[in-house]
Design a protein around this ligand. Structure first.
Ligand code: URA
Length: 237
């Protein structure tokens, strides 16, 4: 059990002092009844409404998932396909931060913290996303330069990228290429390769900032630590 004003403050809708004022002004309801005195304590199960709006009392959680192929990056799917959210054993209303295509594998963060999600997805942030693509064909030096300097997607140039050719297989006419980008436009990596006439056969996101997939097999996930979450805040700001 916790004091009502503390619970309201923790949800972020008001400071503790302001929460006390709201309680005294009869603006706070617990389980449908107006509370007008200070000192009331509530449990996790109690519904708290401030100024007519239910407050979010969920503890904030952050997961790193190694997304398998054939899973949709969404909270639900009309076609009944399994979603990244359904892979995580947590009743909270978590959702993916950004998206990976149905056939793309690798690192994906999920959370119920909207502020964190917005910050991570903001186009101006500095979060490296490292992808490894298996592509059809072999990149020419001019094509590598184009990918590095930016290619046009819908008339807008992509920002600078790092590109490393890891392996070339002349026999099968395929290459393995590591590409690091900051942005997260729809199908960005596939479309960047398309812009230089290369088809992506397989795509994996190996890293988001300092978060790699060490210790996580396909479909496995882990919670991020407080330290990791704060580090992401620092990088993104
Ligand atoms: N770029 C893509 O094309 N697909 C993804 O899933 C992620 C980045």
């Amino acid at each position: 059990m916790e004091r009502l004003q503390k619970v309201i403050a923790a949800s972020g809708v008001a400071s503790r002092r302001k929460a006390e004022e709201l309680i005294l002004a009869k603006k706070v309801m617990v389980n449908g009844e107006v509370v007008s005195e200070l000192g009331v304590k509530v449990s996790e199960k109690d519904e708290v409404v401030v100024n007519g709006v239910k407050i979010n009392r969920e503890e904030k959680v952050y997961y790193l998932l190694n997304k398998p192929r054939g899973v949709i990056t969404s909270t639900n799917d009309e076609k009944g396909r399994s979603t990244v959210v359904s892979l995580i054993n947590d009743e909270k209303r978590i959702y993916p931060v950004g998206r990976l295509d149905y056939d793309t594998t690798g690192a994906l963060i999920l959370t119920n913290d909207g502020e964190f999600a917005n910050m991570m997805m903001h186009p101006s942030n500095n979060i490296d996303k490292v992808y490894v693509a298996k592509i059809k064909g072999i990149l020419l030096p001019s094509e590598i330069m184009a990918l590095k300097n930016g290619v046009l997607l819908d008339g807008v140039k992509t920002s600078k990228a790092k590109v490393k050719v890891k392996k070339v297989d002349k026999e099968s006419n395929t290459s393995i290429v590591e590409i690091t980008i900051h942005e997260g436009k729809n199908h960005q990596v596939k479309r960047m390769f398309e812009a230089v006439d290369k088809e992506v056969l397989k795509l994996k996101r190996e890293r988001i900032a300092f978060l790699d997939l060490r210790g996580l097999n396909s479909g496995e996930y882990r919670k991020l630590s407080h330290k990791e979450v704060s580090k992401l805040y620092v990088l993104a700001k």
